[in-house]
Ligand binder design. Sequence first.
Ligand SMILES: [Ca+2]
Ligand SMILES: [Ca+2]
Ligand SMILES: [Ca+2]
Ligand SMILES: [Ca+2]
Length: 270
Amino acid sequence: MIAAGLAALAASGAQASAVKVGSNVDIVLAGNGGNCSGNACNWTAGYTAFDNSQKTVNVRATAWSISNGGWNNGTHSRANIDQWAYGLGVQNAGEPGYSPHHTMDNGGYKDYVALEFDSLVNVNSVKLALYQYSSYQAADGDVSILIGNVPTGLGNYINPLAALGTLSTGLSYQTDYWASNAPNVGAGNFAGFLTQDDFTFGDNEYGNVVVVAADLFESGGLVDAFKLKTINIDVFQAPPPSDVPAPGALALLGLGLAGLGLRQRKRAAA
Ligand SMILES: [Ca+2]
Ligand SMILES: [Ca+2]
Ligand SMILES: [Ca+2]
Ligand SMILES: [Ca+2]
């Protein structure tokens, strides 16, 4: 039985990882509210896979905000998501309704959007609509991306921190910084589009949940405030379930191997 288990493990490689099936899939999140209801938004995007087949990827967005700290130690609360002509915005419980507070910003609480995909994905770039946060500082668009896997999805109220884990526990994350040279257009005004495309997630960094946040590490610099217009992703396909040893089977195999080793040591000592 152990030999058969070992053979199956060898055949599957044990390190079975997902395979990239499509790249540079653009999902346009801007609109006039038509994709949203019940404080969540949904899209379906079509793309041509590497094998030339036509595929779709579905995504659902909810909004969140962090108070009293950063990703690892702050309080994560559900916020209002709004789909605007220039992109998705976040209004948390501590914010007034007027611009620029309807953006995803890190002035006060740190706002983010959680995107749940029905495929495994990673991120190449995001297109942002920048807003000037205050009259005495230029607009800024530093953005943090987190990628993790939550097999059950987040639903409406599952705390993304609890579901995805802390930044030190295998969650892939990167921040793309921008040296702001936006014009002074006055507090709350649109300051232009910005594409952040220096993300370098590897082909082993994928998941079904992507967090897009106003720079989670901003501290004393220019406040970041933007709407999320477009996200560009690569799509991966998980290996067939039969190729992946179930955790239970692996544990049994481990016990079996431990037992085998024990017997062999006893025999050698005898
Ligand atoms: Ca906000
Ligand atoms: Ca704010
Ligand atoms: Ca910056
Ligand atoms: Ca900044």
